[in-house]
Design a protein around this ligand. Structure first.
Ligand SMILES: NC(=O)c1ccc[n+]([C@@H]2O[C@H](COP(=O)([O-])OP(=O)(O)OC[C@H]3O[C@@H](n4cnc5c(N)ncnc54)[C@H](OP(=O)(O)O)[C@@H]3O)[C@@H](O)[C@H]2O)c1
Length: 351
């Protein structure tokens, strides 16, 4: 059976949400992952076709994607999964979407823009909570101040975290922070800048983080100076700064393996109730050299609920063949208004 749309990592937390959302919209996903037992269990539960393949052998992946129109990659951390799947998509003419927020992964995919155009393939990473709302907000406020030279974005993602996200955070431990300066990504110390940002409910402490927007917002807005902040309790920022000297230890493979096992043993959910209660905010500001600025804020559902909505809508638009080939961001693919086309995502002010 050929597949319009294959979800790789379908039995992971985020993959499962995307599969349920796709089915609720009448789409017919092919389920896939590297372990037979969970894929088969999920395929039986939802009466879906399925494939089992690992990402170890390029020819095997290409054989499995040869008849697939759109691949949604939900298997993270994406530092291990994006490259083999993107390569196979370029070889088979399959459009590629993922939910990564890892800026280095997105940067490597952006470098394949010309290859993707030649192959007639769309490469669209970051169609989850990170980065759909922030990317669309950035493009939107940049459109309101066309001569803007700096962009600041900030995310208040609330309280929920899944195993996969926790593992991606573990992979980032001990690595430097990053900002974009004069169009180039520059490495800076972890939490190099801290400031108070008002997401709509009064000022909250935030610190710089090396998120996907450092790449996507650059492509969506053309602005060369970009900083991304996240809301974190003030004491946590101090702890992050104090652990800077531990970088090499935290990056060591045995420590990484241990921390990931700890994540597997302790992180569950977030449950449907926790997701329903969680509300998130995204803040953005563009400024020009005259000191003019435009600020915008979005309110969104929980990150995993947002991701469920945005990924499946992105898949559906790619299946309609309405997106140009090459590297795309959510805003370049679907327009700055994409995020607020969802009833659940709201622009809450325009000061
Ligand atoms: N951008 C966003 O807003 C957003 C939102 C949600 C999630 N995410 C990201 O999505 C990723 C998944 O999160 P999750 O909570 O769904 O994690 P999860 O429940 O742990 O699921 C991860 C899935 O990926 C598979 N996988 C991992 N490494 C693999 C590899 N090397 N080869 C093949 N399959 C592999 C796992 O298979 P096994 O079980 O067989 O290992 C599992 O199916 C994370 O990186 C997370 O940060 C991003």
């Amino acid at each position: 059976m050929s597949a319009d749309f294959l979800v790789y990592g379908s039995y992971g937390f985020t993959g499962s949400l995307a599969v349920e959302q796709a089915l609720s919209r009448g789409l017919s996903p092919m389920l896939a992952g590297r372990r037979a037992e969970p894929v088969e269990r999920q395929a039986t539960e939802f009466d879906c076709p399925h494939r089992v393949f690992s990402l170890e052998h390029p020819t095997v992946i290409a054989d499995q994607l040869d008849d697939v129109d759109v691949l949604l990659n939900c298997a993270g951390p994406f530092s291990s999964t994006a490259e083999p799947l993107v390569s196979a998509c370029l070889a088979t003419g399959t459009d590629y979407i993922d939910v990564t927020g890892e800026y280095e992964v997105i940067d490597r995919i952006a470098d394949l823009d010309r290859d993707a155009e030649q192959a007639g393939v769309t490469l669209l990473p970051g169609v989850g909570f990170d980065v759909v709302p922030s990317d669309c907000l950035a493009a939107s406020i940049a459109g309101e101040l066309p001569e803007a030279t700096t962009l600041e974005l900030a995310i208040d993602g609330g309280t929920t975290i899944s195993q996969g996200t926790a593992k991606a955070l573990v992979e980032g431990l001990g690595s430097p922070g990053a900002i974009r300066q004069d169009g180039r990504i520059e490495h800076v110390p972890v939490a190099s800048k801290r400031r108070q940002i008002d997401f709509g409910d009064g000022p909250k402490p935030t610190m710089t983080i090396p998120w996907g927007d450092l790449v996507t917002a650059y492509h969506s807005t053309g602005i060369g100076d970009i900083e991304v902040y996240t809301a974190v309790p003030g004491p946590a920022i101090t702890v992050m700064r104090r652990t800077r000297p531990l970088g090499p230890v935290l990056r060591a493979q045995p420590v990484q393996r241990l921390l990931k096992r700890l994540v597997e043993a302790t992180v569950t959910g977030p449950s449907a109730e926790q997701r329903a209660e969680n509300v998130c905010h995204v803040w953005g500001r563009v400024s020009n050299e005259d000191g003019d600025s435009v600020t915008g804020r979005l309110r969104t559902p929980d990150p995993y609920e947002t991701t469920r909505l945005t990924t499946v809508e992105a898949v559906s638009r790619l299946l309609d063949d309405s997106v140009s080939s090459g590297f795309q961001t959510p805003a370049t693919a679907f327009g700055a208004g994409f995020a607020t086309e969802f009833d659940e995502i709201e622009r809450i002010d325009r000061d």
